[in-house]
Design a protein around this ligand. Sequence first.
Ligand code: ADP
Ligand code: MG
Ligand code: ZN
Length: 597
Amino acid sequence: MSASDSTDLIIVDDTEVTEEDEIAAINYELKQLDNEIQKLQNRKTMLTQRRDKLRDDALLKNVFRSSTINWETEDFQWSKDLNKTLKEVFHIKELRPLQLQTMNAIMSGEDVILIMPTGGGKSLCYQLPAVVSKGITIVVSPLVSLMEDQLHGLHKLNVKALMLSAKTDKENVKTIMNALVVKDASLKLIYVTPEYMAKSNRFMNKLQKAFEMKKLDRFAIDEVHCCSQWGHDFRPDYKFLGILKSMFPGVPILGLTATAPAKVIIDVQKMLEIGGSLVLRAPFNRPNLYYEVRRKPNDKSACLAMIENLLKNRFAGKSGIIYTTTIKDAETLTSKLRSLDIKVGCYHAMLEASYRTQVYNKWITGKYQAVIATIAFGLGIDKPDVRFVIHHCISKSMENFYQESGRAGRDGKQATCLILYKLSDVFRLSTMVFQDKVGLQNLYKMLNYCLDQTSCRRSLIATHFEEKLTPKDCAQMCDHCKKPNEIKQPINIAPYCRYIYQIMTKAVQSDTRLTAIKLMDAWFNKGAAALRLATIPTPKFSRETGEAILGHLLINGYLQEDFHFSAYSTISYLKRGPKSSLALDEAHKIPFHYNFQ
Ligand code: ADP
Ligand code: MG
Ligand code: ZN
């Protein structure tokens, strides 16, 4: 080659730089840039999260500002009456923590948000004030069955309360509408669904009249976290409640919930236009609950044998609940356990109300050892001696888990909350929740709780609810505190992550999408030969450990789920996650504190 035809090309060692070489060089540089961008993006995400957290914390400090008023006294003008009614009408000897404060504040006309664990006794905080007040208390609640339970209880105590929902017959509707506008009506509480309020002009009109007549004492909004999209159970109908404050100025609002991170509380306050309201929060720790996670066998009959063993031995003669995800699971498990001579009942939303009541009663009276139920069973359960709650499948979020497991041990005596965990259940749930704003995020927190092999379970729950606990507070009331795992060093799982990526690349080349199972198969040198890779080693550890690695990579953004709709269902496939370029860097480490077996 002569110098004349290569004016702008410097040739070294007589070797020609081909286009391919240059493309490769550019590709290399582009990849480096991608890495840099990824790193910057991660930094940006981290900083944004940190900033938001600091902002929330600052807001939270205001939210939980110590009130200048002492609400915990019996010097209010209603104190005597309150005490008398508590004993004579409700037959309760003494109040529980925060009940007095809440009632005093709400009766003084303050807006209050009360955060108290399930079973803590939130309802009394509006029921008792309703009975001692002259006017009417409106209780907004999301579920008819929940309201029915409360009405049932109140009627037994001879408290006048009625309910408005799409199911209420004309006669009762009329009675309620009238009670709102006549002087000296004996009706104390009206329970109503948010949908009904939003739809019924007639009701809103009567409420306005009652307001003008000064008969509208207060609003109590149960499950108030449903107002917020950040909550785990957002309900669009709750949006309507945003008009209450401006429509009925001066009528205090009491919001009640069992689960509410700062972000949700702030959001709820904004939505209800009660910014700066008093927020009362009961401690979350339930010292008498023993928390445990067990690996759920993949094999169905082994799983059944495990549950049989639990019910016949460890929980023999004790009362409990087994939660399943689907109606079908509940039915199958019930009939299988029955065939093993275990007395259990099935409970889910598709059963007739009368049948459900029967099941509930048989359980309450001890004829059934356990109820096998979907989460439709729960709200309004009033059985103090539930000794165990078993999750046959993980919950959708820590909030759900806390609430469901919280039905155990309301009598204060020891009870067990046991989760049966396996990775494939995560993918069953993810297809149900991925369309919610924070559905996957919530689910992965639950996965993290199950995968953690060293931390105190109680501390993990507390941290989730923004509380601090030390292992001393647990007092060996969780599996890890009772029997600590001897894991010395975290293991770097980045190499495994790269193997997984290689399997994924091969699958993409052959136009195949990988479910978690197929991916695991290929990695462990099983299943379809076309998906396997001879160049990566078959793991020496168990498949269970492999699944844990997969879970850890998913939680931490090295893998992500990719949802596709088939004719009958949604399928979750796995692909590289947002942090993949980090993992491709040989120097990058992904530590995992796990017992590799
Ligand atoms: P929450 O709504 O907070 O989950 P509930 O209001 O349904 O809880 O109350 C749970 C149970 O505790 C009910 O049976 C209720 O009668 C009972 N309860 C509430 N307050 C007290 C109290 N001070 N003493 C004894 N029992 C109470
Ligand atoms: Mg309640
Ligand atoms: Zn512990």
